[in-house]
Design a binder for this molecule. Structure first.
Ligand SMILES: Cc1cc2nc3c(=O)[nH]c(=O)nc-3n(C[C@H](O)[C@H](O)[C@H](O)COP(=O)(O)OP(=O)(O)OC[C@H]3O[C@@H](n4cnc5c(N)ncnc54)[C@H](O)[C@@H]3O)c2cc1C
Length: 404
């Protein structure tokens, strides 16, 4: 089931070529080398990246000067759905989190020297990066105002002290983007800054790689201690004390790209389930002939279409120079719940096979759960949406009631 979304010619052409790459290269390799308990090895990803480069599909969202295709955000967004149809797709096309968002951040606010040093190897896949913001119990989590990590100036160096966790792929990364408080007197939503910290710097420690749901193939999520970590002044990333603004500018587009990647996962799950129930018989007919099951698929397609439409609307707002904070929050919370429900339902439709590692559904099921938590938990987005919703309470609506 396909729809037209009035995407640009460039976007449509990119989607078609990405779909061909996924169908001809990525998904066959996924079946051969990954499903059934295989590993997402560096060699496998390198081979897929070489083919993506060959097909002129690699890193479409990155400016050409850093090794990408230099396409507009809205033109690239629909191809994220195609990439998301396999867990191997996003790293193959270098549209994978967290590097995609980190690359965007450095490109957005980095100095020329920082861009020169980090962007080309990051885009090329030679380097990886990590975003180090969330902190353990007494620090910043859903409420970033609570960030406790500090960075203090000592001559021409910054000295960072703090404790982070959930720094995705931090212990494998070549560069850490660390958020720390640089101004204790500022409003709690201000006064934080970002720093580029090479993980081999004295005082950076990874005491524990937290085991988590999906860790059999996914990336690591270590705790990180920053103990008197010294970095030079030039490692400040973006303007001092503007860390929250930078994080917002990173997270807006990154949340939309996440929505689209997960749409791809949901769409593939629907296709796998449709194929299973069309072959499987029970109680005298193909499962695909049972009305309740057909309705489950129909509901999934309907809700997925709503997510895609909503994401495109938010992307249009961003392209028009608007912050689109509420629109993005709505996309994030709606998409996360829709794709979680779809993948759960489609796994159910495949019976015991849905749980097997032979199909991608069990991997998707484990991977998608975090989407309701990272990049802001459901409740955090609902809180912002609710605040906005209650801005325009209309007293006149109660006139009939108050008259009596
Ligand atoms: C797979 C994964 C990858 C991640 N990668 C990164 C990363 O690379 N870098 C990084 O810095 N962080 C990362 N995180 C951390 C993530 O951003 C946080 O888990 C998330 O912001 C929630 O913070 P917390 O875990 O501290 O939850 P808490 O702040 O402890 O909140 C717990 C729960 O309380 C509820 N809640 C919170 N606020 C409210 C409210 N106002 N009203 C009602 N309910 C509320 C929510 O349900 C929330 O899930 C990752 C997390 C996961 C799961």
């Amino acid at each position: 089931m396909e729809f037209e979304y009035d995407d640009s010619e460039t976007a449509t052409e990119l989607v078609e070529r990405t779909k061909a790459f996924m169908d001809e290269v990525v998904i066959p390799r996924e079946r051969e080398d990954f499903l059934g308990g295989g590993e997402m090895t560096d060699e496998l990803i390198a081979e897929l990246r070489a083919e993506a480069k060959e097909r002129d599909l690699y890193a479409p969202q990155i400016p050409e000067e850093y090794g990408g295709l230099g396409l507009d955000f809205r033109d690239v967004l629909p191809m994220f759905e195609q990439a998301g149809r396999s867990l191997l797709g996003p790293p193959a096309l270098r549209v994978d989190a967290p590097d995609e968002g980190n690359i965007h951040t450095i490109e957005m606010v980095g100095t020329d020297e920082q861009k020169e040093e980090w962007l080309v190897p990051l885009v090329d896949g030679e380097y990886t990066s990590a975003f180090s913001m969330t902190e353990p119990m007494q620090g910043g989590g859903s409420d970033p105002k609570m960030i406790k990590t500090t960075a203090e100036k000592d001559d021409d160096e910054w000295v960072i002290n703090g404790h982070k966790w959930w720094t995705s792929q931090g212990d494998e990364a070549d560069i850490l983007l660390v958020m720390a408080r640089t101004n204790q007197d500022a409003h709690p939503y201000e006064g934080c800054s970002f720093f580029l910290v090479p993980p081999e710097t004295d005082g950076v420690e990874f005491p524990r790689d937290v085991p988590y749901l999906g860790d059999s193939w996914g990336i690591s999520h270590p705790e990180v201690i920053y103990d008197d970590v010294r970095v030079p002044e030039e490692n400040l990333l973006g303007p001092k004390d503007e860390g929250f603004g930078i994080a917002q500018r990173r997270l807006g587009p990154a949340r939309l790209t996440h929505c689209m990647r997960f749409c791809g996962m949901a769409k593939r799950s629907i296709n796998v389930a449709k194929s299973y129930v069309s072959e499987r018989e029970a109680f005298g007919s193909d499962l695909s002939e049972k009305q309740s099951l057909r309705f489950t698929v129909a509901r999934a397609e309907t809700r997925l279409h709503a997510v895609r439409t909503q994401v495109r609307h938010a992307a249009r707002q961003i392209a028009a120079g608007k912050e689109a904070r509420i629109e993005v929050a709505m996309c994030k919370v709606f998409a996360a719940n829709v794709v979680n429900e779809i993948i759960d339902d489609m796994l159910q439709l495949c019976g015991g096979n849905g749980m097997a590692r032979d199909l991608p559904l069990s991997y998707f099921y484990e991977d998608v759960r975090g989407f309701r938590i990272f990049d802001g938990a459901d409740e955090v987005h609902l809180r912002s949406i609710a605040r906005e919703a209650f801005e325009d309470v209309d007293d006149e609506e109660m006139q009939t009631v108050t008259r009596f």
